[in-house]
Design a protein around this ligand. Structure first.
Ligand SMILES: Cc1ncc(COP(=O)(O)O)c(C=O)c1O
Ligand SMILES: [Zn+2]
Length: 385
């Protein structure tokens, strides 16, 4: 259980052993993805089997690249977040059926817990006890918590202007903070150098496979809860692992016989002040280009150039999806609207999906008869002030 068949390059398709810790292809530098023996699991890993297990993302052990027993030992209760029907908000947006997948109830308050739970268990199983990670904030908070749980050390490189409450959260959990004068791409370069110099394991998104696989469980849970996939998924996109992971979940569930070939159209929501993925989609570009002067209050969306641009674009295009931008004011207003119509207090990134869905509904890109799932990626309690 929890043993992938191997890793496969998303670019040149070269194959590597399942235990390889670095997920950067030595041939073409594209991210490696975990592959499982889905054929052998077909008929064995059924909805009934998965539903009968103790709650949390480790229910999906056969589809995760870390030993389930260790994952459960170090678990903080990640996963199995509620999928909330939000009829009042739907009516307000001029839509029919809308749900919010509320990731704010995860340990450390965001979906980042999923990826870090899996990444720490995977590397911890191989004896790694010192990690490094560049972050806009939330991934660092999640790593600090799981590293504490695993008795490991976490070095966190974060922009000095990351939300102060999150920086305090990292330190409270014993994370060693390295503040960076710049954006997350600068933090990424410094983290990479530190990893090489100190021998720490780099847990950057798309540089190891556990984080993507952990985020994948959002898609697994969604398809399980609906018994199907919706027509549209709206996701606040920064580094892009969420979007890629959710799409991978549906492909694996199809191979297992849970789903047919129909897929949701994936929408990447970004901030007007930092929208490199949306711009690349609009320009029909093959890769994502650096966004100069990135500025938005939504720290998780302040990613000027995601590491796996091609993979993100490919995923959204294959789904016949699109990109949409919203302003910081739109996010703030959408946050109040969601809280006041449905009682869900979203982070700004999550609130961006409400504003983005409204825009697409008005344009007719989302039709009133379509089922829409908005991802609230974190709690509003961290960035409300
Ligand atoms: C709350 C929140 N939402 C969304 C994102 C972006 O997610 P992804 O990197 O999976 O695109 C982040 C990333 O930092 C985040 O913290
Ligand atoms: Zn390759």
């Amino acid at each position: 259980m929890g043993e992938p068949r191997g890793l496969e390059c998303s670019g040149c398709r070269a194959e590597y052993g399942a235990d390889r810790l670095s997920a950067v292809c030595p041939v073409c530098s594209s991210p490696l993805l975990a592959r499982y023996d889905l054929e052998a699991l077909r008929g064995r890993l059924t909805p009934e089997v998965v539903a009968g297990r103790p709650s949390g993302l480790w229910r999906w052990g056969e589809l995760l690249p870390a030993p389930e027993s260790l994952g459960r030992t170090w678990s903080l209760g990640e996963g199995d977040t509620p999928l909330l029907a939000v009829p009042r908000l739907a009516a307000d947006l001029g839509l029919g059926q809308v749900w919010v997948k509320d990731e704010g109830v995860n340990p450390t308050g965001t979906f980042k817990a999923r990826g870090l739970a899996v990444a720490v268990a995977r590397a911890g199983h191989q004896g790694v006890s010192e990690f490094v990670l560049p972050t806009a904030g939330n991934a660092g908070a999640a790593l600090a918590a799981y590293a504490a749980r695993a008795g490991a050390r976490a070095h966190i490189f974060a922009p000095a202007d990351a939300p102060a409450s999150i920086l305090r959260e990292i330190e409270a959990a014993g994370g060693i903070l390295h503040l960076v004068d710049g954006l997350i791409d600068r933090a990424g370069r410094e983290a990479l150098q530190a990893a090489a110099a100190e021998g720490w394991m780099d847990l950057s998104t798309f540089r190891e496979v556990g984080r993507l696989e952990g985020k994948k469980t959002m898609g697994l849970e969604l398809a399980e809860a609906l018994g199907d996939v919706p027509e549209v998924i709206v996701y606040p996109t920064g580094g892009g692992t969420g979007v890629v992971g959710i799409a991978k979940a549906f492909d694996e569930l199809e191979a297992l016989g849970w789903l047919g070939s129909r897929r949701p159209r994936m929408v990447a929501v970004q901030a007007e002040g930092c929208a490199p993925v949306v711009r690349a989609l609009q320009d029909d570009a093959a890769d994502v280009e650096y966004w100069k002067g990135a500025a938005t209050a939504a720290a998780g969306l302040r990613v000027p150039r995601p590491l796996a641009g091609r993979l993100i674009l490919e995923t959204i295009r294959r789904s016949e999806g699109t990109g949409v931008t919203v302003s910081d004011d739109d996010m703030r207003q959408a946050r109040l609207r969601l809280a006041q119509t449905e009682g869900v207090l979203a982070c700004l990134e999550g609130a961006a999906t409400v504003a983005g869905a409204e825009r697409l509904a008005r344009q007719g890109w989302i039709r009133p008869d379509e089922r829409v799932v908005l991802f609230n990626t974190g709690t509003g309690l961290k960035d409300l002030l």
